[in-house]
Design a binder for this molecule. Sequence first.
Ligand code: AKG
Length: 267
Amino acid sequence: MSDVSIEDQFLFDLQGFILLRDVLSPDECTALLDVLYHLELQSYSDEWQAGLPADQTGRPTRETNASHQVRLNGLPRLDPIFDQLIDHPRILPYLNAFVGDPQLINTWSISKDQDTPQGGWHRGVPTSDYVYHQGEIRSRMFNTVYFLTDNGSEDGCIMALPGSHKSNLDLNWSQYEGLDMPGSVAVTGQAGDVLIFSETVVHNGLRKTTTGIRSNLYYNYVHAHYNVVMREPTNIHHFFFPSEVRDRFTDSQREMTRWMEQVRWGY
Ligand SMILES: O=C(O)CCC(=O)C(=O)O
């Protein structure tokens, strides 16, 4: 018997995503934002890059390649305040119901200022990684997006293509700008809401035209059978947490990161 309501199961299976309201309180959003904005102002030496093959580079901890946007990678490495979202009690039932044996693969933040351009349409994994089988939803990769600020339609919110986790035909995604993508919708919500979606859903970030900062946190999970280290070998540093980070985790957080016990990565 699933802990997720039949209505949420229905809607998630139909659309490939749902929005959960009021997961974080205003005080929790403020506390996370205070730490995030402090971290965004720091510089990071990223010495681990020296451990990669000479002709390869990974994503830096702090990314500013999109204009008016700051992305930080590997959040629990940067501050313990981010640990609590690994197994948030409102989200955990969905992870168990829709992924099965969830393992945290990646964490990042994106803060957008006015004039951040829209991103590109993409999906994280192919549609074959979403199945409904013997009464169970199984999404092999699953993203959870915590809105720390409001995500209105002009605030650079996420866009999604409902049903694209099951689409049989693909378009040339890169040909479509923003909401010109046929069937796409802007996923709007308030600070404290959480968007959960199958990474088989085609999605994108809308341009930001409003003043102020839009900040979201992204916690991405895979089923335990997914080979995490083969996905993006140059970004293992951000995926993997060393023992000094995992030692402070709760049992449940350690369980949801147990793939890290199998990894040989020295940084
Ligand atoms: O928040 C956004 O702008 C979209 C982010 C996104 O699509 C991603 O990180 O994969």
